[in-house]
Design a protein around this ligand. Sequence first.
Ligand SMILES: [Zn+2]
Length: 172
Amino acid sequence: MIGVTDPPPRKTVLPGAALPDLIDRARSARGNAYAPFSGYAVGAAVLADDGRVYAGCNVENAVYGETVCAERVAVLAAVAAGARRLVAAAVVTPNGGTPCGACRQVLAEFADPSLPIAVAAPGGAARVYTLGELLPHAWGRRDLDATTPPPRTPPPRPAPRMRGPDPAARRR
Ligand SMILES: [Zn+2]
């Protein structure tokens, strides 16, 4: 990989034939990135369950907070075209950086935790993560239902231990 300082790839085998094509689409979209402030051009592509691919690039703004990441541009394009379920995603960044937290959350709205996300530098091999690896315990619509019990109930706390002699023994 070029310019990558991350740890070595955890997975190198692309699960599914769609990912190489998605990476190519993300790489192409990266060419349209508007990143005059950071210089960090990103391209992304998502594959919807109907077989269509949607691409995006990051779009920065002089009001920095209005900047939108490539991943969200791709997801929003998919949703605007009617897609609702995403089955794969790819991101190409200068150094193989992974999607930010906001983009992970937006992906989680339209994908299962098993969603494969290929991350690559422009000239490098891809690492493939799942969305669940990048965003464990994601917030979801189920969390908006106050009647739904939490998925993991902590074990009951043990009753505080009595100090001193057993009060029942004193009555004898
Ligand atoms: Zn992002």
